[in-house]
Design a protein around this ligand. Structure first.
Ligand code: GDP
Ligand code: MG
Length: 163
C-alpha cells in the first residue's frame, strides 16, 4: 500500500513543483463532485523505495481574496482526511506569512503527522526561516528545493518512519 501524502500550504510555495518531482504516473480522478475534486490532483510516485500516493491541493490561486481562505480550508481538510502524512510547505525565501499561520492552525487541529518543509531553500537562503518557522508548531522545517531536487534524501528520512 502506498503512503498517502497530502501536500498542503498557501499558493505559490512550490507544492505542485514538489508533487511533480515525486510523481510518476498521474491518476485521473473521476468524482461526482467536480467543483470540489477539481482542486485536488492525485499521482502515484515514490520517495526512494517508499511508494506514495500524492495529493496536490490547488485550484485556489486564481480566486478573489474573499473566497480564497474558505476554499483553501476546504481543500486542505479534504486532503487531510485522505492522507497518512501531510507535507506542509512554506517558502524559505519569503518566510512565515499570516496565511502560513492559518494553514498551521488548521493542521494543528488535526491529528495527522506533519512534515514541515521550507521550500526554495537552494543555496542556503533559508537560515532565517528555520527559526521563524518554529512558531508554527512543527519543529524545525526540512530545507528543500523542489525545483532543483535538493533535500530529497532528508525528506525520505523524515517520511520513512510513517510507512
Ligand atoms: P504552488 O502554488 O504551491 O503549487 O507552487 P508552484 O509549484 O506552482 O510553484 C510556484 C513558483 O515557485 C513557480 O514559479 C515555481 O517554479 C517556483 N518554485 C517551486 N519550487 C521552487 C524551488 O525549489 N526553488 C525556487 N527558486 N523556486 C521554486
Ligand atoms: Mg499548485
Amino acid at each position: 500500500m502506498p503512503l498517502k501524502i497530502a501536500i498542503v500550504g498557501r499558493p505559490n510555495v512550490g507544492k505542485s513543483t514538489l508533487f511533480n518531482r515525486l510523481a510518476g504516473k498521474k491518476l485521473a480522478i473521476v468524482d461526482d463532485q467536480p467543483g470540489v475534486t477539481r482542486d485536488r490532483r492525485y499521482a502515484t510516485g515514490n520517495l526512494g523505495d517508499i511508494p506514495l500516493l500524492l495529493i496536490d491541493t490547488a485550484g485556489f490561486e486564481d480566486l478573489t481574496d474573499d473566497s480564497l481562505e474558505s476554499r483553501m480550508r476546504v481543500q486542505t481538510e479534504l486532503a487531510l482526511d485522505e492522507c497518512d502524512v501531510a507535507f506542509f510547505v512554506v517558502d524559505a525565501r519569503e518566510g512565515v506569512t499570516p496565511l502560513d499561520r492559518i494553514f498551521a492552525a488548521t493542521l494543528r487541529r488535526r491529528d495527522k503527522p506533519v512534515i514541515m518543509i521550507a521550500n526554495k531553500a537552494e543555496g542556503h537562503q533559508a537560515a532565517a526561516t528555520a527559526e521563524e518557522a518554529r512558531v508554527l508548531g512543527f519543529g524545525e522545517p526540512l530545507h528543500l528545493s523542489a525545483e532543483h531536487g535538493e533535500g530529497i534524501s532528508e525528506l525520505y528520512e523524515a517520511t520513512e518512519k510513517y510507512r
